[in-house]
Design a protein around this ligand. Structure first.
Ligand code: NAD
Length: 241
């Protein structure tokens, strides 16, 4: 709860899990919130939504591509210059593949997915750590800051029962390695780093995939105890647990 007195920064905040996380932060009382996304139109719409529902939250909307290290650095610098500190960072921006296997995917497509889903998280995390290391350590609960990476169930287990997602799964396993490695390295310096691994969640990222009987998505739902896709607010807001 003490983190809610701080300032937060979220990537991929214009849609899905990122947008619901922004709304959950505001609903739970965070007053300084930087929302960022490559889609500037949807980002402005999210800013309006936040301002209407939570007028006491100060919202900074920054168009930012996580593939561009200079944009990431500038966005985090602007957040700190506006809010004075960076307490919570949610590295959430991501894209899915089309489901190709390794022998089908070309280097450009493989690299493009890894560049957003793994390097994108790394670019943000590196900058967030640099900023947090310079901040005062506020003690047990707040420390110097907290970083939350949105990985995936396919960063833990193989997706191949359902569909290949070779680049996506490779990238998300990488995010888990980055999270564990840096959690160990920076925890002792007051920065907590964790990852969330959602299963299939009903957001625009799953829209391209068929839901017909026998499709990978419907097979996944059949195997799921609740027999349905998750909802983004169930990832964003721990009250749903
Ligand atoms: P989404 O498509 O609704 O949201 C992703 C957001 O990221 C979009 O607003 C998009 O514009 C933004 N984005 C994409 N590329 C970007 C870039 N280069 N720079 C900045 N922003 C960029 O999808 P979502 O389901 O909310 O996905 C959010 C995260 O959750 C992703 O990392 C995704 O891999 C992960 N995830 C999703 C699911 C799922 O089933 N939906 C499951 C596990 C993990």
């Amino acid at each position: 709860a003490s983190l809610l007195r701080g300032a937060a920064f979220i990537t991929g905040a214009a849609s899905g899990i990122g947008q619901k996380t922004a709304l959950a932060f505001a609903r739970n009382g965070i007053t300084r919130l930087a929302i960022t996304d490559i889609n500037s139109q949807a980002l402005e719409a999210t800013k309006s939504l936040l301002s209407e529902e939570y007028p006491s939250t100060e919202v900074l909307a920054l168009p930012l591509n996580v593939r561009d290290a200079a944009e990431v650095k500038a966005g985090i610098a602007e957040t700190v210059s506006r809010f004075g500190r960076l307490d919570v960072a949610v590295n959430n921006a991501g894209i899915a593949g089309k489901g190709e296997s390794t022998h089908e995917i070309d280097e450009e497509e493989f690299g493009g997915i890894v560049d957003v889903d793994l390097y994108g998280v790394w670019r943000c995390q590196r900058e967030e750590i640099r900023v947090m290391l310079e901040q005062e350590d506020l003690g047990v609960r707040r420390g110097r800051g907290a970083i939350i990476n949105v990985a995936s169930i396919f960063g833990v287990v193989s997706p191949s029962l359902f569909m290949a997602q070779t680049a996506y799964s490779t990238a998300k396993h990488g995010v888990m390695g980055l999270t564990k490695s840096d959690a160990n390295n920076y925890g002792r310096r007051g920065i907590r780093i964790n990852a969330i691994c959602p299963g299939w969640i009903e957001t625009p990222i799953v829209t391209p995939f068929s839901r017909e009987a026998g499709s990978p998505l419907s097979q996944y739902v059949e195997m799921t105890p609740l027999q349905r896709l998750g909802q983004p607010e169930e990832i964003a807001d721990l009250r749903y647990l």
